[in-house]
Design a protein. Structure first.
Lengths: 574, 111
């Protein structure tokens, strides 16, 4: 016991003190406080290491959570962050993309042997002016040798092994489809700002950094666009026309499947084009399109139940005096014609008589509803506004058959799509997006069906003006329009608007030729006979071209043609 | 008592120190891996973007149709439904019309 007591350093037997008990208590507190300090140290240590571990954990988490793009862009010289979104067609085919390009600049102070450098440059780039380079080289100021280098040029310069050649990176926009989309896509300037077409209209969306990885999808189909362009180019040669244009719309949704305007240009090359022939004829060009307007007059007359397709209009005169004008038909038509016949034969006087029955106010309001009098709405800045006019004496009469009224071909195509799809207004669009369809109806389903039947007869009837567009299996209907160019008596604007398949029209195609000439070298297959014709009406050029286009794009549009095929076979065996 | 605590503290200190250094090294490794992967990724991405541009350029309808004309051995002709005949009678009628047309052409040229 004693031994144990001796061992205990806090238990002193010799001590005689009144405060003995207190002393022990005090020492015990000391012991306890020492223990507490050690524990605290351990806690601090733990806390310290815990903090360290936490810091590293946070770092790892941050590193893994960081967006790789920003991360790599800051640290990785190979990374490339585009300033503009890609543009693709409706099938994902690339139409526009930003890529890294280089300017070649020279820092004369870094070039030791200037003579040798000039000699090398002469060998590699014989087209660059030597005197210019020499002057700049000895002036010792930083200058650009060549802007927008191609891969080959960059490689040549790089292989010269000169320190003084600086490759300045920049972003350039390239268009792999070249001319194909020139009037739709437009161009951008050196500072990446859109200056025309979709590039300008959707400049903000194209630069949206949050969506930079998501391309903007167009409604256009590259293959259809090419086929139509190809046919129009052939037509330009065949008919020696000044220009040609076509637009293909989805009649139900208003999506533009193709928009071609010729002549066009390569959007990869920046050049100033001032020739008016290069405008976008479909959206910017404002034309008097002639007889294609007759369809609107007949449709309104049917909608207002003023007439029926088989209503007979008697005693139609050969000529009518209207104010100071004399209005007549190009051909001699029968005195009595049904409403259907008036449109099939394209009678000016017959249509005029219908318009008088409709009345000016009704007709005006109908044209406004079809959006033919206002500036068209589409995702392009290049849009034309129809010329304003006063509804003075005789205006109703001339407008009823498409004279004295101007509009863009896009508006006419949209109006035809509206009339043929059951009467629902459509909004033409170039952007493939989920959109709400307009449910506003302009004409009833019944009227729409009647109009479609008449348009089909324009193609199939022996008196019709569009027989060359009767393409087997596609049930084409449509209306021709031949009009004189304003102020030029011998120049025409020939148009054909077609809808197909007639049973349930899904597509509207407008083809226009600017100042076409007769093509006596073409052998037309006209209602089973081979003939050569020296005429210049729409029926002999735009209808012919439309037929060729429909024959080519039909299989891509994948129309279910079983029904019409059976009908055709049945008719043939009869 | 104090010594024992000191030893425990030191032991814990060294264990945690080695643990921390291990974590630090691993963090660095992971960070390096991420950097390298990102580098490789960006190179691959750059190559992919360039290849896509080339692909879409070379497979554009314009280029393809030129290539077919240049290298294609077969002459592709689109099927014309007007030349599919349901009976021999239809065929002979069409041929008669064609023959007449070309005969007339010859006559008009002679004149």
């Amino acid at each position: 016991m004693r031994k144990n007591q001796k061992k205990n350093k806090y238990f002193n037997l010799k001590q005689r003190s009144f405060f003995f008990q207190d002393y022990i208590e005090t020492n015990k507190k000391k012991i306890n406080s020492n223990n507490d300090i050690s524990e605290d140290r351990i806690y601090i240590l733990f806390f310290f290491f815990f903090c360290l571990v936490l810091i590293f954990s946070i770092k790892i988490t941050l590193v893994s959570l960081q967006k790789p793009k920003i991360f790599t862009f800051q640290k990785n010289p190979n990374s490339f962050m585009s300033f503009r979104r890609d543009i693709v067609d409706r099938n994902g085919v690339l139409v526009a993309r930003n890529i890294r390009s280089y300017h070649a600049a020279i820092k004369p102070s870094l070039i030791k042997d200037k003579k040798k450098f000039l000699l090398k440059l002469k060998i590699y780039f014989p087209n660059i002016s030597q005197s210019f380079i020499k002057d700049k080289l000895y002036s010792k100021n930083y200058f650009y040798l060549k802007k927008r280098l191609t891969e080959k040029e960059k490689y040549k310069l790089w292989s010269m092994g000169e320190k003084g050649i600086i490759f300045e990176p920049f972003q350039s926009r390239i268009y792999p489809q070249g001319n194909l989309y020139s009037h739709v896509i437009g161009q951008i300037d050196d500072d990446n700002y859109g200056i025309s077409g979709i590039e300008k209209n959707l400049d903000y969306e194209l630069k949206d950094i949050k969506k930079i990885d998501q391309p903007i999808a167009l409604t256009i189909d590259t293959n259809i666009q090419y086929l139509i362009k190809n046919e129009l180019e052939i037509a330009l040669k065949n008919f020696k026309a000044d220009g040609a244009a076509a637009v293909l719309l989805d009649s139900k949704t208003g999506e533009v499947l193709s928009l071609v305007s010729l002549p066009d240009y390569n959007i990869n090359i920046r050049e100033k084009i001032s020739d008016i022939r290069y405008i976008n004829k479909i959206t910017k060009g404002v034309f008097e399109l002639g007889s294609v307007f007759k369809t609107f007059t007949v449709a309104l007359a049917l909608q207002k139940q003023i007439v029926e397709p088989d209503t007979l209009l008697k005693d139609i005169p050969k000529q009518i005096n209207c104010s100071k004008y004399k209005i007549s038909d190009i051909k001699v038509f029968p005195k009595n014609m049904t409403v259907e016949d008036i449109l099939v034969r394209s009678s000016n006087i017959g249509t005029l008589k219908l318009a008088r029955k409709i009345g000016e106010d009704n007709f005006k309001s109908f044209l406004n509803k079809l959006d033919l009098m206002n500036t068209p709405k589409i995702e392009l800045d290049e849009v034309g506004t129809p010329l304003k006019f006063k509804w003075h004496k005789c205006k109703l009469e001339t407008v009823s058959y498409g004279h004295g009224i101007t509009t863009t071909p896009l508006q006419v195509a949209s109006a035809y799509a509206t009339l043929s799809n059951g009467g629902f207004l459509i909004q033409p669009t170039l952007i493939n997006k989920k959109k709400e369809l307009l449910n506003e109806r302009v004409i009833s389903k019944d009227t729409s069906e009647k109009i479609n039947n008449i348009l089909r007869k324009v193609v199939t009837d022996k008196n019709g003006t569009a027989s060359l567009a009767n393409i087997y299996g596609y049930d084409v209907g449509g209306k021709t329009g031949t009009s004189q160019k304003y102020g030029k008596e011998n120049e025409n604007i020939n148009t054909f608007v077609s809808i197909f398949p007639k049973s349930d029209p899904k597509f509207t195609l407008l083809v226009m030729l600017d100042n076409p000439k007769p093509a006596p070298h073409i052998i037309y297959n006209y209602r089973g006979s081979l003939i050569k014709v020296d005429r210049n009406e729409a029926g002999w050029n735009t209808v012919y071209v439309s037929g060729k286009i429909i024959k080519k794009i039909g299989p891509i549009l994948a129309i279910n043609k079983n029904q019409s095929m059976h009908e055709y076979v049945a008719r043939k065996t009869d | 008592m104090f010594k024992r605590n000191l030893i425990i503290s030191l032991a814990i200190f060294f264990v945690l120190l080695s643990f921390t250094s291990y974590i630090k090294t691993e963090t660095r490794k992971i960070e390096k891996n991420i950097l390298n992967t990102n580098k490789k990724n960006s190179i691959l991405k750059k190559n992919l973007l360039e290849s896509q541009v080339e692909f879409f350029y070379l497979t554009s309808p314009n280029k393809l149709s030129r290539k077919i004309v240049e290298y294609g051995d077969e002459d592709y002709v689109s099927i014309d439904y007007s030349k599919i005949f349901m009976s021999l009678k239809d065929f002979t009628q069409f041929k008669d019309k064609t023959t007449k047309f070309f005969e007339n052409e010859k006559k008009s040229k002679k004149k």
